[in-house]
Every structure is written in C-alpha cells, then in structure tokens.
Write a protein that binds this ligand. Structure first.
Ligand code: PHE
Length: 338
C-alpha cells in the first residue's frame, strides 16, 4: 500500500493531484483509517503490531506528500515569476502633463512686473456692495456713467463687481488715510454684455493704485511705460489719450504701439498702429476724501487693464471666447515647457 501510494505521489504533477492522493490514502474513508478503525476486532497481541505498522505507513505517505508539495509549490512560483517578468525595453505610455491657463500665466507675469516695481498684491470680493463699486468711486446713484457698466444685481445694494476699482476704495479705507498705498489687484469682473469675439459677460482686470505725497502724472506714465516695455518688448511705445472716468481726474486711456502678427497677417491694429490696453488717471480728490485721505496732503494715480486684451495682443489670439471654452487644443499651445 505504501509503495503504491509513494509511486502515485512521485507521478503527481500538480498540487490538486497531491490533494486527491492525500484524501484517497489518508482521508476518513481511506484504507489506513479503515485499518485503524478495525483494531477493536484484533487480538491483544496483534493490536500494537498492526497499530505501529499502520502509523508508520501513514507517516511515510504523509512525509512524502509534504516533500512533494513543497517541490511543486516552488515550481509553480518559478513559473509565475517567469511569466510575470517585466519587459523593460517596452516604450512607456506618454504621460499627459497639464499647465497653467494662458490667462493665469499672463496675470502672473503682470503681477511679477509690478512686484518688481514695489507694488503689493491685493484681492477683493466679486460680490460687491453698490457703495464700493460705485458710490465710493464718485459714481453716485443716477450718475450716467453707471449705464456704461450695465450690471448683474443680486439685491438693490449688492452686485457682481463691474470692475476691480472698488478694491482701490477698500484698500485706502483699510489704511485709514494715514500711509501710502501701492497695490495691484487682479480679479474677475462682470458686465451685462453680449458675448462676442471681443466682449464677455465675465472677464479679468488688473487694477493698480499708488497713493502718496507728490505723486504726478509723469509717475503714472513712467510706471506704465516700463510695464509695457517689459511685457511686450523694448521697441514698444505707449501713448496717453485724454478720457473720462468719474474716479480719476484727469483721466487717460493708454494705447500701445502694435505689431501683432499671426498666420493671417498683422490685422488687429493695421488701421492705426495703436491699440488701447488700459484706462487710468490721477485719483479724484473726492475718492481720496471718501476713503479718509486728505487730498491736500495725498494724491495718487490709478489704472485698470484687461489681461485678456493683453494676452490677445501678445499672442495674437483673435477671439476672447477662446479663454473660457477650455478647449485643450487652444490652451496647450501656451503651456511653457518647464
Ligand atoms: N475701472 C475702469 C474700467 O473698468 C478702469 C480704470 C481703473 C480707470 C482705474 C481709471 C482708473 O473701465
């Protein structure tokens, strides 16, 4: 019996074969169990002899089964390892890398330039009070210039800000009329405009404000000139034209000499050679006063620019809606290699 069993163990080639053999010989219904069960029928002298023999046979088979099991397991592991080897010569799958949105990059670039000129970065709420959005900027209720910034009202007194200028009033208010202010504020603004290639109901502005003693128009011009040259190149010129804003006096609009050329030619400003990129001026004495500054001691300049406009000009983007459509084919053209 033992020999027969050992021969089968020898031939077994899988772990499940071994299990079958174990059940057949050593299981509850196997021959050895049967012998041991029949012990009661044997004589006193026969019992120890048969018992010992049966146990020996059982042990012998069990041992052999264990040895073979270990061998088969090792073999199976080898096989698995062999099948799962990694082919390090296979080319990898390309990893999709994202990057900052063109608008984010341009705003960062603008921020960096102004930080370099000593400005701090400020923020303000997008849901603004009528007071800060208009009133504090010398735009009382009923002022005709409010119409130009047709607005999204939330209540009679709350609206989505139509420009970043309220942050001027907020910042000056925080400083309580007692110290110079030199800040820029990037952020989203909202107007009830119909979207087309050059208009969007939501867009971005960067506000600038410098309040101190003896600030002059020439300081405004110097800062903006330096900014324009750093952003667009040394060969660019700026031009200030008289304009009107209720919160600045005098007010200007700034044009930059332009030579935007893309595949289709240099169409954006072919007509005049100049393109408007911001509005600004000397802070109106009334605005200073409302914020707690004495206009006889302090004065300043302010400006507001549109980063979309600037990015369109710098990169030859022909439709403002590209910034918001989130078409990766557009966006990834402007991802800078890290
Ligand atoms: N807030 C003005 C606008 O949105 C721009 C501006 C800012 C003009 C600061 C003057 C001074 O058109």
């Amino acid at each position: 019996l033992q020999l027969e069993a050992l021969e089968r163990v020898e031939k077994a080639s899988t772990l499940s074969d071994l299990q079958d053999i174990r059940v057949a010989y050593l299981g509850k219904k196997g021959p050895i169990t049967e012998v041991l069960r029949g012990m009661g029928k044997l004589s006193q002298e026969e019992r120890p002899i048969i018992g010992e023999l049966a146990n020996k046979v059982r042990e012998g088979i069990a041992n052999e089964l264990d040895v073979k099991k270990a061998k088969l397991e090792a073999k199976e592991l080898d096989k698995k390892l062999e099948q799962e080897t990694i082919d390090i010569t296979l080319p990898g799958r390309p990893v999709q890398v994202g990057g900052p949105h063109l608008l984010t990059s341009i705003v960062q670039e603008i921020e960096d330039l102004f930080i370099g000129m000593g400005f701090e970065i400020r923020e303000g709420p997008e849901v603004e009070t009528d007071y800060y959005n208009f009133e504090a900027l010398n735009l009382p209720k009923g002022h005709p210039a409010r119409d130009m910034q047709d607005s999204f009202y939330i209540t009679e007194d709350l609206l989505l800000r139509t420009h970043t200028s309220p942050v001027q009033a907020r910042t000056m208010g925080e400083y309580k009329g007692s110290q110079p202010v030199k800040m820029i504020c990037p952020g989203k603004v909202y107007r009830r405009d119909t979207d087309d290639a050059t208009h969007s109901h939501q867009f971005t502005q960067v506000e600038g404000l410098y309040v101190d003693k003896d600030v002059r128009m020439s300081d405004l011009k110097g800062v903006l000139n330096s900014f324009a040259k750093q952003l667009f190149g040394e060969d660019r010129e700026i031009r200030l034209r008289p304009s009107f804003f209720p919160f600045t006096e005098p007010s200007v609009e700034m044009d930059i000499s332009c030579k935007v050329c893309n595949g289709k030619g240099c169409s954006v400003c072919k007509r005049t050679g100049w393109i408007e990129i911001l509005g600004g001026g000397m802070v109106h004495p009334r605005v200073l006063e409302l914020a707690g500054y004495d206009p006889k001691v302090y004065n300043g300049f302010a400006f507001g620019m549109g980063p979309e406009r600037i990015a369109m000009l710098k990169y030859g983007v022909d439709d403002i809606r590209h910034f918001y459509a989130n078409d990766v084919r557009f966006l990834k053209q402007y991802h800078k290699a890290e």
